[in-house]
Design a protein around this ligand. Structure first.
Ligand SMILES: Nc1ncnc2c1ncn2[C@@H]1O[C@H](COP(=O)(O)OP(=O)(O)O)[C@@H](O)[C@H]1O
Ligand SMILES: [Mg+2]
Length: 300
């Protein structure tokens, strides 16, 4: 099958995928690499450890210095700064990332996407840094708990009761303890500051080992179009037609991102969070061939 290529200026730009895998953790990137192969899309492997050790040139040593590649990054979450360093190192080899660093940050960090989706997602406040008492002060603007707490990107939902959910009636000491466990869980990867969000009455469909499982779907958008949508959890549910969300998705200045939406008890939908498409996990029921074909404009 021919590669999707476009004439860009004098050189032809070839699309490919660059994986950023953590060799010490299991992931689904083998399946994704097979999917890319099946579609005739070239794949490359970054040295993620080198990138995290602040050596982007070494991280990109396996990327060929020929042609002009437009690369989709699929891999572990990077900070905005790491993504920028990756972009520069690839740029020095004559390549470009499909998602620019500015687009990555637009979808990755809640303080960037939240103002665009205000009214469609839980009311939220945030702080910079790791001081839980500042977060408590900021949270007063939300009205009384329940709230959930996370950093600018991720929660510690796996420890729902100790590190994520702030119940009604929680005291300052309770709140600060929860923030402390969150900080510990996120460790060195704690991103920028605390985010505190009003707890929304989502419809509960089941339980995960640690917390509630909501009727939540991950929507993938590419160039303003809905590319795919699947249930976050392994439920046997029909996926509704989410194409009406394209209007909302156009508010996010990114070429490829995900929007997670969940059903409220009222039957309405609310946005749970937005993430960069390159670092969003694929729901188990999603076939990466469908996603890559739609995103990269390749025939299946
Ligand atoms: N405002 C909220 N109200 C109620 N539940 C929430 C709220 N925000 C998130 N959740 C629940 O907590 C889970 C984790 O939150 P999320 O923001 O998606 O964090 P993560 O980035 O770690 O996935 C969500 O999947 C959802 O079930
Ligand atoms: Mg989430």
């Amino acid at each position: 099958m021919p590669l999707a290529s476009r004439a860009g200026g004098r050189s032809r730009i070839r699309q490919a995928i660059v994986f950023g895998r953590n060799p010490h953790q299991s992931d689904s990137f083998d399946t994704e690499a097979d999917a890319a192969d099946a579609l005739g899309i070239d794949t490359f492997q970054l040295d993620l450890a080198a990138l995290l050790e602040d050596d982007p040139e070494r991280a990109c040593a396996t990327i060929p210095e020929r042609g002009h590649l437009r690369l989709l990054y699929r891999g572990w979450m990077l900070t905005g700064e790491e993504y920028e360093a990756l972009d520069e190192a690839l740029g020095a080899l004559g390549h470009e990332l499909m998602t620019t660093p500015a687009q990555y940050a637009a979808a990755h960090y809640l303080p960037n996407w939240y103002p665009r989706l205000k009214g469609y997602t839980a009311r939220s406040v945030w702080t910079e840094g790791t001081d839980p008492s500042e977060a408590w002060e900021a949270a007063q603007a939300l009205g009384p708990s329940p709230w959930i707490v996370k950093d600018h990107v991720k929660s510690a939902k796996e420890r729902w009761a100790e590190a994520c959910f702030v119940p009604a009636g929680a005291t300052r000491a309770d709140f600060e303890r929860i923030c402390g466990v969150l900080l510990e869980e996120r460790g060195e990867r704690f991103e920028r500051g605390f985010v505190v969000r009003r707890f929304l009455p989502f419809k509960v469909r089941g339980q995960t080992p640690s917390g509630p499982a909501h009727l939540e779907f991950r929507l993938f958008f590419g160039s303003g179009r809905l590319l795919a949508a699947e249930s976050t959890h392994d439920f046997d549910v029909d996926v509704p037609d989410f194409s009406a969300f394209e209007r909302l998705a156009r508010r996010i200045d990114a070429r490829f991102f995900t929007m997670d939406v969940a059903m409220l008890e009222s039957g309405q939908w609310a946005v749970v969070e937005v993430n960069d498409g390159g670092v969003s996990g694929l729901p188990a029921s999603m076939d990466p061939r469908d996603l890559f074909a739609a995103l990269l404009g390749v025939e299946r």
